[in-house]
Design a protein around this ligand. Structure first.
Ligand SMILES: Cc1ncc(COP(=O)(O)O)c(C=O)c1O
Length: 396
């Protein structure tokens, strides 16, 4: 059977593939250290679970308005107003089945054949794939010489009449990097001059390790409200990855278009989950403070451990829950007479030989890096460092 060109142009997710392989090994009785998947390992907090049960018992099990129940849309607007200092109308918000779904709807609404979307490397795997599914061309900006942040010369070179969208993701998956205020101001200037729409994926913005809130384009440049699509959700902040609930806010015509895509594809996000999401968004920060403290401790432990290994260089991430060491120093070395060659092969070898599951940088447009999720226990982190050290010691 012939498949569409669009679907043939995208690759299956490497992250999901590695996670599936690790799970298969686990099912076969192997003790695999799970550092590939991007999800918090905590249970969803009890008040949110209880709100869901109450919603089920109250009979909220039918179809809901496609764009989300009005009470959740109101809670989202209130929360975003508190975060960004901007008011949004009810017709400027849409609730979807995860931030990923919001991003998909946004790409479908903003891009088409002949259009280009800009994505800074290293990037989360789904941005370019979603652009391709919209028929557009993703332009992947190489990692800047400084190792993180925006590649300004590449960005400027990629601007043009058909360049419509730039994705911002701060903190970034996979690097954990938070964009500087200077980079944000630079993007704001470019957006104004070049009629760019900014898609700001803020999914990790509550998982921050420094004292300061990350710079946000709309806090610094509220006049850009009519050209920024804010994407967020409950997955990472509240450990609700499986609940599938995200939301987007933006200018009315874009949100109307995103709602239309949703009307004709999935309809509403799960009705009782939307009721529970109100509890999540209205909860005090104390509800997730324990998780954040645990992530902070794990971050310290993994960065110290990885930095102590020969051939690896690891910067402390500003946010999110990933360590993203540069492993290029290991690639020319060999195992059993064969050169390691690539981060992809290195990740395979680590899984095969040491049962450590991580994601190779190739998946994020960053060959020469590995991503280790530290959404796992301190014991797993310690054990992973031991196994990595043992593996490196065996390299020729
Ligand atoms: C950068 C980034 N954006 C969006 C998502 C999607 O989140 P959700 O679970 O809300 O679809 C993820 C999940 O891994 C992510 O890492």
């Amino acid at each position: 059977m012939r498949l569409s060109q669009r679907v043939q142009a995208i690759q299956p997710s490497v992250t999901l593939a590695i996670t599936a392989r690790a799970k298969a090994l686990q099912a076969a009785g192997e003790r695999v250290l799970p550092m590939a998947a991007g999800e918090p390992d905590f249970p969803t907090p009890a008040p949110i679970r209880e709100a869901c049960v109450r919603a089920l018992e109250a009979g909220h099990t039918g179809y809901a308005p496609s764009a989300g129940i009005p009470e959740l849309r109101a809670a989202v607007r209130k929360r975003v107003q508190a975060e960004l200092g901007l008011a949004y109308g009810d017709d400027q918000v849409v609730v979807s089945c995860g931030a990923k779904h919001c991003l998909f709807n946004a790409m479908q609404s903003l891009l088409g054949p002949g259009d280009r979307g800009l994505v800074q490397s290293p990037y989360w795997v789904s941005y370019p794939a979603q652009m391709v599914l919209a028929g557009a061309e993703p332009v992947l900006l190489p990692i800047p010489a400084s190792g993180a942040g925006l590649n300004r010369p590449a960005l400027e070179a990629a601007l043009g009449e058909r360049t419509r969208v730039l994705v911002l993701n701060s903190p970034c998956n996979p690097s954990g990097h938070v964009l500087s205020a200077d980079d944000i101001d630079y993007v704001a200037g470019l957006a104004r001059q070049n009629d760019l729409t900014i898609v700001s994926d803020d999914i990790y913005d509550q998982l921050i390790y420094g004292p300061e809130r990350p710079a946000h384009i709309l806090r610094r440049h509220p006049d850009l409200q009519d050209r920024v699509i804010v994407v967020h959700g409950v997955s990472k902040t509240y450990s609700m990855t499986g609940w599938r609930l995200g939301y987007a806010l933006g200018p009315k015509p874009v949100i109307a278009a995103m709602r239309k895509v949703q009307d004709q594809s999935t309809s509403n996000a799960t009705t009782f989950v939307q009721h529970a999401a109100i509890t999540a968004l209205e909860s005090p920060p104390a509800l997730v403070a324990g998780m954040l403290a645990a992530f902070a401790e794990r971050r310290k432990r993994i960065v110290a451990g990885l930095s102590g290994l020969p051939g690896l260089r690891c910067q402390a991430p500003d946010g999110a829950f990933y360590a993203f060491p540069d492993v290029s120093g290991l690639l020319a070395r060999s195992l059993d007479g064969q050169a390691v060659g690539s981060a992809l092969r290195l990740a395979e070898l680590l899984l095969e030989r040491e049962r450590v599951a991580c994601v190779p940088g190739e998946a994020f447009g960053a060959p020469g890096y590995l991503r280790f999720s530290f959404a796992c226990s301190l014991e797993v982190i310690d054990e992973a460092i031991v196994r990595l050290g043992r593996f490196i010691a065996r390299l020729g």
